[in-house]
Ligand binder design. Sequence first.
Ligand SMILES: [Zn+2]
Length: 363
Amino acid sequence: MIRPDPDFPASYAQARERFLAAARARGARIESFENPAGPGLDGEVLAADVAVLGPSDARDVVLIQSGTHGVEGYCGSGVQHALLRNGDELDAALAAGARVVLLHAINPWGFSWRRRVTEDNVDLNRNVRPFPVPDGPDLDYEEVHGLLLPDHWPPGAANEAAIAAFVARRGAAHFQFAFSHGQWSRADGVFYSGRAPTWSQRTLREVLRRQVRGAARFYWIDLHTGLGPSGHGELIYAGRDVAADIARARACWGPSVTSIYDGSSTSAKIGGMVGNAFYDECPGSELAAVALEYGTVPMDAVRDALRFDHWVAAHAPQDAQARARARETMLEAFFVDTDDWKTAILTQGRDTLAKASAAIRAA
Ligand SMILES: [Zn+2]
């Protein structure tokens, strides 16, 4: 259970209700995209909601996105709500002439059911890739699938020893790459890219076409949790391996912006990131894009939560108790219910928007 908080929600249903109320109070234009995979955990409608402030012909667009990884929306929705509720940073962006788009719960199914994946067990941030996927198995992932999701849970000492041996033989970085790069060969596996665009990807593209296409400059902040030191927000460059785009993100948010392309990020080199959609949908715009990745608990705990969550989905989908335990474990891995953590999260979220506004003023 999450303690009551004015910004960070206790459920997807509450997050949506609060987001829409705060957006209306600010006078935002609202568009909602209902996900047919509903209803959610509490019987609620599942939807991605878009709140838009500022002129429709603005040259600069700022998009702040939550819930790409479902359960991570507990954090991201809190940041969005805080920005709407106490809006100095939002006001500064609007005063600079920008249109501000808040995209809430782009993966509402995962948010509601406290999973990182979409309704099709797909990692949305691996799904924006060319289809069809290659013929044949994903050999890097095939080496680790059985280690990650053994037949029995909890996995036991032999499994732990086998993972340790793999890491000793191939290195921790390769292990992280092998399981998280976006595999295409196991529909019940972890970090699955899918075999077609998900509803969430199609919806994201629609939002980009409606709200971003035609802008001169596009500032994209995608809110995530689960990697890095607790409470620390790592700004990870979120576009393609294009030198000018990486330079623009660093000019906006500072030299500490990390990149998966030069090994400076805690994230492994992954494929199919949502940032890819920009290049198709917004030709002619300049991109500055980051994932704001907040650390929660140690990486092993995050990984084990993901493994358990997938194991239950694959091996015990009818076991209501196991599913409830998986949801609780996932929430604890991707959200930290302490005042210190939440304060650190909000401070960095506000700062990230403030830097985008400064870049817009300077442009
Ligand atoms: Zn994430």
